[in-house]
Design a protein around this ligand. Structure first.
Ligand SMILES: Nc1nc2c(ncn2[C@@H]2O[C@H](COP(=O)(O)OP(=O)(O)OP(=O)(O)O)[C@@H](O)[C@H]2O)c(=O)[nH]1
Ligand SMILES: [Mg+2]
Length: 356
């Protein structure tokens, strides 16, 4: 899963990137907006994987991962030519979800925070960038049409793009349109930004963190929101003494690291769940969509397991903890054989039987 951090210059994107990834990318007021994005892969903290690793003592333990991409400031004009480069724009379009970082701290240079209008500025820019794609494509279809080269597919594309154009013109995201499977397929190549899962990271200062109930309620009427104390959490992430860091975190009223909160939030938002494979070689977490079947889950491990799927041997993490051993799981009748259409649940431990 790839999550892109986007927002106005100096909203604290790089600060949050550092807090999430324990990196030390340069944080600076008015850093160069032509800068390359920072990219890092973070492990999704998962207590179950940690416990299973202690249980099976495998050679290797692999947590699920999320890729975080920290983009340069996205402000008025970023969507147009001369703003974000086409390489940067393509990278944005390649994200699975977009996190809009909004400044909620007072800054000497930027003054008092204005998260609503900041979000609006960036959001308008997202809409504009999708509009540009739609218009370009519609123009090309029109061009083909004039030369008598308009295909049936183009005709269908034109219909759906016109619908999308209306939605964008009214300031709404493509995500809100109800599209059928065919329409989804026709437009998937565009990778529209406003079609992606989208949430706001409210980047609060140390002085006002956790005191923004009214603001959060207002924001949550329109957006999914998670609050971070970016600067504070970046400093915490750099602590080598975990206990000391935990003490500071507690004082601030933060229950979990920024990375753990973000992972949980993103999984819930994107409807992702984890299943786990265990053994003496490796204990490993895998990510699938809630509702995915056993055969799809098998396919995330390897295409051979998808092709040759026979059945899934299955029990849950809780079953194992309750019964104390795999034998205990069997003796208590909790060991299951599931077919290809079984809907995988969060925390399932699967062993795929296959034959190719
Ligand atoms: N007080 C306070 N300052 C912060 C916080 N987060 C970031 N800053 C400051 O804001 C400035 C910009 O932070 P960055 O993280 O570089 O912001 P950015 O969004 O990555 O900026 P660009 O990459 O230039 O768009 C720096 O001076 C930070 O120290 C915060 O939570 N509280
Ligand atoms: Mg930055």
């Amino acid at each position: 899963m790839k999550i892109g951090l986007l927002g106005l210059p100096n909203s604290g994107k790089t600060t949050i990137f550092n807090a999430l990834t324990r990196s030390e990318a340069e944080v600076a007021a008015y850093a160069n907006n032509k800068a390359e994005p920072n990219i890092a892969v973070v492990e999704v903290g998962d207590e179950r994987v940690t416990r299973l690793s202690q249980f099976y003592t495998p050679k290797k333990t692999t947590y699920a991962t999320i890729e975080i991409v920290d983009f340069p400031g996205f402000s008025e004009g970023s969507a147009r030519e001369g703003g974000f480069s086409s390489a940067q724009m393509n990278l944005v379009r390649n994200m699975d979800a977009v996190a809009l970082v909004a400044r909620n701290f007072t800054d000497d240079l930027m003054g008092d925070p204005a998260p609503f209008s900041d979000i609006n500025t960036v959001d308008t820019e997202f809409i504009l960038s999708d509009m540009i794609l739609v218009e370009n494509r519609l123009e090309r279809i029109e061009w083909s049409s004039r030369r008598g080269k308009k295909t049936n597919t183009m005709e269908m594309e034109e219909k759906i793009l016109t619908k999308i154009q209306e939605e964008l013109n009214s300031g709404r995201h493509i995500r809100n349109l109800v599209l059928n499977h065919n329409e989804e397929k026709l437009i998937s190549g565009f990778q529209f930004i406003t079609q992606k899962p989208f949430f706001v990271i409210l980047n609060s200062g140390e002085e006002n963190f956790c005191q923004n109930d009214d603001l959060l309620i207002q924001l949550e009427e329109k957006y999914k929101v998670i609050e971070f104390a970016g600067n504070f959490e970046m400093e915490l992430a750099a602590f080598s003494d975990v206990e000391e860091a935990n003490m500071f975190m507690e004082d601030m009223g933060i229950a979990e690291s920024a990375r753990d909160r973000m992972s949980r939030f993103a999984y819930e938002m994107l409807g992702h769940i984890s299943f786990i494979t265990v053994g003496s070689d490796e204990v490993r977490a895998w990510t699938v969509h809630n509702g995915d079947t056993a055969v799809v889950a098998a396919g995330t491990i390897h295409s051979d397991l998808f092709r040759g799927f026979i059945r899934a041997e299955c029990f849950s993490f809780d079953d194992l903890m309750d019964c104390g051993s795999e034998k205990g799981v069997r003796d208590n009748g909790r060991f299951r054989l599931e077919g290809r259409d079984y809907k995988v649940k969060d925390g399932d431990i699967l062993n795929i039987r296959f034959n190719v």
